[in-house]
Write a protein that binds this ligand. Structure first.
Ligand code: SF4
Length: 319
């Protein structure tokens, strides 16, 4: 299969603000898919609501633009129905850590083999810049009337506490480095988070490119940094998680990016299901034939879909 950029990226006009960090995320994703030579027909991007929600529209892969905060449960259903798919969630900090926070925690507990890319810009960009769950207390971005009076969620710490087995942070203006993180996340067997510092150039006048440029540094440049669990003893896991949490707290003159934690030894949810349902891996739900009491498989044809769609249009026109 030829893996040019055109296999993954379509020509749809991108309506993000010029300079938005989301462009860097798309760029890094395309390059990651290219390097991994992913089959576009095997990749599913799932998004919720927000500027990040538009991401699947710009790719030549299967995309599902779902409800606010619900991208993770949609992705969970898709992956469990067909474990062969590469399933990736694109969501903002408001979407995944506000209304969708419960799902974020639940997917970590399950360790389903999906990748979550968090577009982290500390504001609700699509709705004109309200404070999101990652904006620190006492800061006043330009769209706020008063400084934020809520404390921020730390996505890295929350992911580790919830059970994510791959936790990384990237920077949208370093697409080459971000690409490598996304590749590692996709290749990791289990729930992976890539928290991306993604400047919202329109509504966040604090965490701008100039703010990040002299602060972000790569964890891997420290030869002693070793985030990977090797023996999987309880002590080793606790030690690696404690070090990752310590690094996650670092936010000021220096902001670390790179891999914070990786444990390849934890069973995935799919493997847990297969333990009590041995046929799950050979015949996942997507391959199972559904038959009625008469032994006949109910099927919906393209014409049925057309009739349903046309009927719904008539109803809308009558409103
Ligand atoms: Fe990007 Fe912010 Fe514009 Fe949304 S509002 S497209 S996050 S710059």
């Amino acid at each position: 299969m030829q893996s040019s950029r055109l296999n993954y990226k379509n020509d749809l006009w991108i309506d993000w603000c010029p300079g938005c960090g989301d462009f860097g995320i798309v760029n890094a994703m395309v390059r990651a898919f290219q390097d991994l030579k992913l089959d576009p027909s095997n990749v599913v991007l799932v998004s919720g609501i927000g500027c990040s929600g538009k991401t699947p529209h710009y790719f030549n892969v299967t995309g599902v633009h779902t409800l606010h905060g619900r991208a993770i449960p949609f992705a969970t259903g898709i992956k469990l129905a067909n474990p062969q798919l590469t399933v990736i969630v694109n969501g903002g900090d408001g979407d995944l850590l506000g209304i969708g926070a419960g799902h974020f925690v639940a997917v970590g507990r399950r360790n389903i083999d999906i990748t979550v890319i968090l577009h982290d810009n500390q504001v609700y960009g699509l709705t004109k810049g309200q404070a999101s769950p990652t904006l620190p207390r006492d800061l006043k971005t330009k769209a706020l009337a008063k400084p934020n009076i809520q404390d921020a969620i730390n996505p890295i710490a929350l992911a580790i506490a919830s059970g994510f087995t791959f936790v990384a942070r990237g920077y949208a203006y370093w697409p080459e480095h971000l690409k490598e993180l996304i590749k590692m996340a996709i290749e990791h067997k289990g729930t992976a988070l890539v928290d991306v510092l993604q400047p919202c150039v329109t509504y966040n006048d604090i965490f701008v490119v100039d703010y990040y440029k002299d602060r972000v540094y790569k964890l891997e440049n420290d030869p002693n940094w070793d985030p990977v669990v090797k023996e999987n003893s309880k002590d080793e896991v606790q030690e690696k998680q404690a070090k990752a949490l310590e690094k996650a707290r670092e936010w000021g003159d220096r902001i670390p990016v790179g891999v914070f934690y990786r444990n390849p030894h934890v069973e995935t949810f799919e493997e847990r299901i297969a333990k009590f349902n041995p046929l799950y891996e050979q015949v996942p739900p997507v391959m199972q034939k559904i038959v009625g009491e008469d032994g006949v498989s109910p099927s919906i044809t393209r014409d049925d879909f057309r009739r349903i769609f046309e009927a719904s249009l008539v109803k809308v026109e009558k409103l």
